[in-house]
Design a binder for this molecule. Structure first.
Ligand SMILES: [Zn+2]
Length: 54
């Protein structure tokens, strides 16, 4: 199932793709913060939305 992870603060797409990535991998991709607004991303609970791509 496609996965889209969006920053709750600014709506920046942190990850979008056909494969599911674990939250910790997504955090590591962005050094633990949103690349756009700099919001610190916490692992548990991960403060992003995960929605299927329609
Ligand atoms: Zn952001």
């Amino acid at each position: 199932m496609p996965q889209r992870v969006i920053c709750q603060q600014c709506g920046c797409i942190l990850h979008e793709g056909p494969e599911l990535k674990p939250p910790d991998e997504i955090l590591h991709m962005h050094n633990g913060k949103c690349p756009k607004c700099g919001k610190k991303l916490s692992l548990i609970p991960i403060n992003v939305d995960v929605n299927p791509v329609k």
